[in-house]
Every structure is written in C-alpha cells, then in structure tokens.
Design a binder for this molecule. Structure first.
Ligand SMILES: [Cu+2]
Length: 149
C-alpha cells in the first residue's frame, strides 16, 4: 500500500469517526423542546429516554414544577422545578437516572395555572430501535467506505 493511499485512508477514517461521533451524540442525548402558550404546555405529553434533555421555552408567566401524579396540584419536594414564575424564561433539565428514579412517567405543572389545567407529562421510554438501527447502518456504510475507497 503506497503512502498516499494510506494517508487517504486515514483521512477517510477520521471523517468517518467525526460523522459517527456526531451521530452517536444525537442518538444518545436527544433534546425535546416544550413550549408554553396561554395556559398549556405544547406538546403536553412527550416521550424521552434516560439522559435526554427537556427544554421548556416561553415561560414568561409560567413555571415548571414536578408533581407526584396527574391530579396532584403541589410541587413534589425533591423533584425538578424551574424556579419562581418570571425568574426564568426557559428551563432545561437533563433527565438522568437519578432524576427519573424508578418511574416510567413524570408529571409536572405550571404552578400559577394548575387550576386551569396547565399540566404536562414525560414518558420514559427505551431508546428507539430505529435510531439504533440507523446508527448501525451508518457504521457499516462507513466501514465499507473506509475499506474500499
Ligand atoms: Cu402557566
């Protein structure tokens, strides 16, 4: 194998590694955005996996506070909370294993508007097979590319 071919291959491998790292990062930590309109969260129900980040925006007159159930109206001590209303306009939270615990659904409210039904829920689901599959396919494609070009 000539030096030029080896150099070309290393470049391709590096390119592959970068693409794969980006893919892996996007597969491993999805970010879900929830916006709040007049008195509702949109989407009110989302599905995430352990390690994902949820970002709430447009919190100008709203906040986010975890509650114990879909009927609870007061903040669950120790849960996630964005702070007082008007203190922040957006709030991001990484839902790691410690935050989720053994729950499969997490519930939250907007404290000033809970009586108006301003609630949301976060369903904890396993990482989707489709994202794992697309990652595997790109990995194989990259290896073939690196070997034959
Ligand atoms: Cu609100």
């Amino acid at each position: 194998m000539s030096a030029i071919t080896t150099q070309k291959k290393s470049k391709e491998m590096l390119r592959c590694a970068i693409v794969l790292s980006l893919l892996l990062a996007s597969v491993l930590c999805a970010t879900v955005t929830v916006t709040s309109s007049s008195v509702s969260f949109s989407p009110a129900s989302i599905s995430i996996s352990v390690g994902d980040t949820v970002t709430w925006t447009s919190l100008t007159s709203h906040n986010v506070a975890q509650v114990a159930s879909n009927t609870a109206t007061t903040f669950q001590a120790g849960g996630f909370r964005s702070g007082e209303v008007s203190a922040v306009t957006s709030y991001s939270k990484v839902f790691d294993a410690a935050t989720i615990g053994n729950k499969t659904v997490l519930y939250y409210i907007c404290e000033p508007h809970v009586s108006a039904g301003m609630r949301g829920q976060i369903n904890i689901v396993a990482k989707s097979d489709s994202s794992t599959l697309s990652y595997s396919i790109s990995l194989i494609a990259c290896i073939i590319f690196a070997l034959f070009l």
